[in-house]
Design a protein around this ligand. Structure first.
Ligand code: ARG
Ligand code: ZN
Length: 471
């Protein structure tokens, strides 16, 4: 696929050639109209996100027919209307959305049909006339797709993954484009609502809160509202045989779980401690930032869990540590999201460190013991050759991102002391919540809160491909 090839060929920090150089956007000098850029400028995923637009809201109206019956190939059918409210950030002749796979039949701007083209994984939309900078427009995209089981740049299943009874929808880092036209970069957060129509008997689970469930002619429509700003990779519309339960967690937070009843409890996720974990992390990071929480536990597997916003996704057999990890991501990764994919250690390091702290709280290994386990890895092990703050697009989920990331935070805690460390955690969430932040932002805030010069500390821990020698 075009996107994967382009990004894979790029060395970290290097800008690979983009598609169609002749059509690259020009800066809009003197208000000259431009073609919106085909990417948000992330060196790891140059075509992810788009220039010239800022999406405010996605309204996704999906009708999904799961595969007829096993065995493979697993193919479903998805029909969608995406209504996208956006604001232009430049004077535009044309702008792009990301879309990989689905075929578009019609695009409308403010209710009127307009010209479009699908060029590889970009949907180009021409304005009728020109759009001024700062204009609010409503874009409707009508599309359909035969769904399969797409994979990411590293070969892991992601995006709209067709299952026997529906679909598992988990899109980190850039898989949202497999199921809706999107500005697919964390720097363009938006609010969402979903109307997902599936055959009676199946459940469609999305982010936020369930607003309505209604049935007609053998089809059930599930309406979900997700009013908290969300990065596209955290959106889900998982479909299948699920048992939905709603309970009330601490501070009245609704906890909406969707559990596949085909899973015997021993193979399911260990969700029993979720309310206690919500309290534990709220004490450390500040109030839980979203309208609801909950889990999706599916009987098929993508091989990992994902912190889908307000509704963490687990495949079979998620242990308590993983459950804590995905919950902690709601603050660290979801509310504060990476400004560039190179900053992924801030997601995974914080979530992993959160599990270390939970384990200690629970009477298991202390954070210090977990730290020592990481530091016991010999210096010549490849683990230490990852530059944590610039791992490259093929190493977003390498072990070092998680474990050296967590060790970095533990070492930082030792360096600046508990008071400054937890003040930093709270300020990080309070300052950047609802948006994105980078490693440079984190370093600056850590120095500000602690009053210490941490240049050498961060250089050794996240910018060098060698094991730190002192800690
Ligand atoms: N963020 C997920 C986690 O908490 C991992 C996602 C892995 N994604 C992938 N495409 N391999 O751990
Ligand atoms: Zn994680």
């Amino acid at each position: 696929l075009g996107l994967a090839t382009t990004a894979a060929g790029a060395a970290p920090g290097e800008q690979p050639d983009r598609a169609q150089p002749a059509e690259r956007a020009q800066p809009s000098e003197q208000g000259r109209p431009v073609l919106g850029d085909d990417g948000a400028g992330d060196p790891y995923f140059p075509l992810a996100g788009n220039g010239g637009i800022d999406v405010d809201h996605y309204s996704l109206d999906l009708t999904y027919t799961p595969p007829e019956a096993a065995p493979a190939p697993l193919e479903g059918h998805l029909e969608g209307v995406a209504t996208i409210r956006l604001t232009t950030t430049e004077k535009l002749r044309r702008f792009n959305l990301d879309l990989r796979g689905p075929e578009v039949s019609q695009v409308r701007i403010d209710g009127k049909r307009t010209r479009f083209a699908q060029v590889e994984n970009e949907l180009q939309v021409w304005a009728r006339g020109l759009l001024h900078q700062g204009e609010e427009v409503e874009v409707e995209v009508f599309y359909e797709a035969t769904t399969t089981r797409p994979t990411d740049i590293e070969g892991a299943l992601y995006g709209w993954v067709t299952t026997r009874d529906g679909a598992m929808v988990v899109s980190e880092p850039d898989g949202s484009a497999t199921w809706f036209p999107v500005s697919d970069h964390p720097t363009d957060k938006a609010t969402y609502d979903f109307e997902i129509t599936v055959p009676d008997g199946l459940v469609a689970v999305a982010n936020g809160v369930l607003e309505d469930e209604s049935s007609e002619d053998g089809w059930t429509t599930w309406t979900w509202d997700a009013p908290d700003p969300m990065a596209a990779y955290l959106a889900t519309a998982t479909v299948g045989d699920f048992e939905l339960t709603t309970t009330t967690g601490p501070d009245g937070i609704p906890i909406i779980d969707a559990i596949d009843p085909a899973l015997p409890p021993a193979n399911s996720a260990d969700l029993t401690r979720t309310p206690e974990m919500l309290e534990f992390f709220a004490e450390r990071y500040g109030p839980y930032p979203f309208v609801s929480y909950g889990a999706i536990v599916d009987d098929d597997s993508v091989g990992y869990a994902l912190e889908t916003q307000t509704r963490s996704f687990f495949s079979v057999r998620a242990r308590e540590g993983t459950v804590a990890h995905e919950l902690a991501h709601q603050w660290m990764g979801n509310h504060v999201s990476p400004g560039r994919w190179a900053d992924i250690w801030l997601n995974e390091g914080w979530a992993s460190y959160s599990t270390w702290m939970w384990n200690e709280h629970d009477g298991d290994a202390t954070a210090q013991e977990s730290f020592e386990q990481v530091m016991a890895i010999p210096a010549d092990n490849g683990f230490w050759s990852v530059v944590v703050a610039d791992p490259g697009s093929l190493c977003l989920f390498c072990g070092a991102i998680y474990d050296r990331g967590a060790a970095t935070l533990h070492a930082l805690r030792g360096e600046i002391g508990d008071d400054a460390f937890f003040e930093l955690a709270q300020q990080w969430v309070a300052t950047y919540g609802g948006g994105t932040a980078t490693t440079a932002d984190f370093e600056a805030l850590a120095e500000e809160v602690s009053g210490q010069d941490l240049t050498t500390f961060f250089d050794v821990w996240v910018h060098q491909p060698v094991k730190p020698t002192e800690w």
